[in-house]
Design a protein. Sequence first.
Length: 265
Amino acid sequence: FGSRSEGELQHFCSFSIVTSSHSNTVRVMGCNFGTQGQTADKTAASGVKIYGVSISPNAMPAVMMVVEMNVGSLVQVDLTKGDQMKPEFLEMNPFHRVPTMNDGILSIGELSAILRYLAMKYNKEAYPGSQDVDKSAFIDFALTSALTEVYPKFSKVVYPVMGFAPAVEDFSGPTEELSKAIETWLEHFVKGTDFVKGSKPTIADYGVIAYLFAAMQPVIAEKTGFKPSERHVQYVENFSKAVKSSSLLSDGDNSIKAFIASKST
């Protein structure tokens, strides 16, 4: 869920909420969101704030970038309580979607827009903008393709396992489509390099990595039969080595890795 599918969590997670004063955690029928000391309050923390959920493959790319650059952090949004519909949130993003970013007087939504902004302001190596128009255009192509070509196939395979989409009886078609989309993306955009257009991660790499990481979790193979290629696995490993904040995808009880693992039978 995320920019396109905030409602998936609301449809497929119970609204029965139990809170723990010791761990500052919210549990929602198998959906576990650690607030990490911050809630959806526009004044909750200094620096760049990424409003989202720690198990969201759409929100975590922006979170990883601000943490990697040491300029900000995640502010958890409890979608089941309607945090995204509060006036202070709608002031930032009237479409009430996550991820949403706030940096001083600027607030924007949509992952691609957030990643471009963060890179141009804090991490120019990830997106050169007008300094190298050709490279930026190719990175834009890769990022948009990740969101429009890889993500729709990913959501049909991974989200049913995570509980964010209806159950699927036969995954053979969806897994084949996902494999083809991922391999096509890697072949075209990561050809002879570790990352898109070079040896250092770009915003396109940040944008796609959570999908590929989630898809290669053992429970996904167990439930759907999807098996990542060697190239797929190597790409994720390369990103993990290059970007320390990628550990956010796997560390802790509220990570994507832990959440998917909890779906094992």
